[in-house]
Design a protein around this ligand. Structure first.
Ligand SMILES: Cc1cc2nc3c(=O)[nH]c(=O)nc-3n(C[C@H](O)[C@H](O)[C@H](O)COP(=O)(O)O)c2cc1C
Length: 376
């Protein structure tokens, strides 16, 4: 469908005036019984391409605490999510287990050299985290009919073991790479960016499934790095990884790690970047952070996100809430008589030279408005 913003705005205004669908177009967090009662499912095609994978809907369960058990993963798929990202396996865990297993083998080899042939040639880690993670991939990927994405979390010094290949061999449809880099590290910007590229390339060399990079926004020129990653073969970028900023406990006089759930305001920064980058690169863009209602999902789509990820909303309201988010998106599209692809990226920021002037004008008018509201 050709995109005509004026025609679309006119259709939206007319739909609003007629109030055809009344109150059930608003997004509220409703009790489960009420949700079931209201369940007039919108008849809208939400099929989405994410990194070449075909998803039934553009809502993805992001890496988090709800993907530790096959039953919960299944429940998210039943609620309609387009894909599930598993919680992260940390590269340090993988290395530690490998080192332990190797050390054990060496002890045995010294004591019982003659019996060495009885030992497996690969460390087994039967009871370890890695083994359990791979087993979970195996079981969950055959239990659901949407893609299961494994998440590998590495420090910027990471050298990426062969674990990503083992994740894919176990049934992962894609890898999400989380190269965790927090503010507070005084490094050369080029070194930090190059590390992201190096880790991406080493994983891409090991697997033949799509690889997404889950990014922090804290780079001197995030957009430039995003373009480099896309050009280097990243199939998707997830904007953004969340910094769990530590707070100070005044009684104990020490830092403690933060772990509060996000708030909807946190969607603004990833949406601004997605809208700025959408036309600049070929890879998929996933919006992550601050989804609470389906309005937040719609905003990400309008900004140009291919998929929208959520953890906090599912933690707060239960995994079945995913269906409410998806139906809310469907209703929004249906009421405005616009299809998903037309809505996606409808509100992109201007590109090139116009971009700076547009951002500056938005900033100045925001400040002027705030002065009128809060000043005298
Ligand atoms: C309890 C919890 C555990 C999480 N675990 C992971 C993880 O293992 N790997 C990861 O990349 N992100 C993890 N995240 C971050 C989420 O994937 C997501 O990026 C973040 O919560 C922002 O999205 P939200 O606003 O939808 O919650 C976790 C988040 C929460 C709340």
């Amino acid at each position: 469908m050709a995109f005509d913003p004026e025609a679309l705005k006119a259709a939206m205004e007319s739909a609003r005036r007629k109030s055809e669908l009344g109150d059930n177009t608003t997004d509220q967090v409703l009790p489960a019984e009420q949700v079931r009662e209201q369940a007039v499912k919108p008849d809208v095609d939400l099929t989405t391409n994410y990194m070449g994978l075909e998803l039934p809907a553009p809502l993805v369960a992001s890496a988090g605490p709800l993907s530790q058990h096959v039953e919960d993963i299944q429940a998210m798929a039943d609620a309609g999510v387009g894909a599930v990202v598993l919680f992260s396996l940390f590269e340090e865990q993988v290395k530690l287990e490998q080192a332990r297993a190797t050390a054990e083998m060496e002890v045995h080899a010294e004591s019982f050299a003659e019996a060495l042939s009885y030992f497996p040639t690969e460390p087994s880690n039967e009871s370890g985290l890695v083994h359990n993670y791979l087993k979970l991939i195996q079981r969950a990927s055959s239990a659901i009919d949407v893609p299961l994405i494994a998440s590998l979390n590495t420090p910027i010094s990471g050298d990426s073991s062969d674990i990503s290949k083992r994740m894919v061999d176990s049934g992962a449809s894609a890898i999400e790479l989380n190269v965790y880099f927090v503010p507070g590290s005084v490094r050369d910007p080029r070194e930090v960016e190059d590390a992201q590229l190096r880790i991406l390339e080493s994983v891409k060399n090991q697997v033949d499934v799509p690889v997404a990079m889950k990014m922090m926004p804290y780079f001197s020129s995030f957009g430039h790095l995003a373009k480099r990653l896309s050009a280097a073969g990243a199939d998707g970028l997830v904007l953004f990884n969340r910094w769990l900023g530590p707070d100070i406990e005044l009684d104990r006089l020490e830092y403690h790690p933060g772990f509060e759930l996000s708030t909807p305001n946190e969607g603004k920064l990833p949406r601004a970047w997605i809208s700025a980058l959408r036309g600049e690169m070929d890879c998929s863009l996933a919006g992550s952070g601050g989804v609470e209602t389906s309005d937040d999902v719609v905003k990400y789509i309008l900004s140009g996100a291919d998929v929208v990820m959520t953890t906090a909303a599912l933690v707060r309201h239960g995994v079945a809430y995913a269906s409410q988010l998806i139906e809310g998106l469907g209703r929004w599209l249906e009421v405005r008589r616009v299809d998903l692809d037309t809505a996606r990226g409808m509100l992109l920021s201007p590109h090139g030279e116009e971009a700076d002037a547009y951002a500056r004008a938005g900033y100045v008018s925001g400040l002027e408005q705030a002065k009128r509201v809060y000043g005298r």
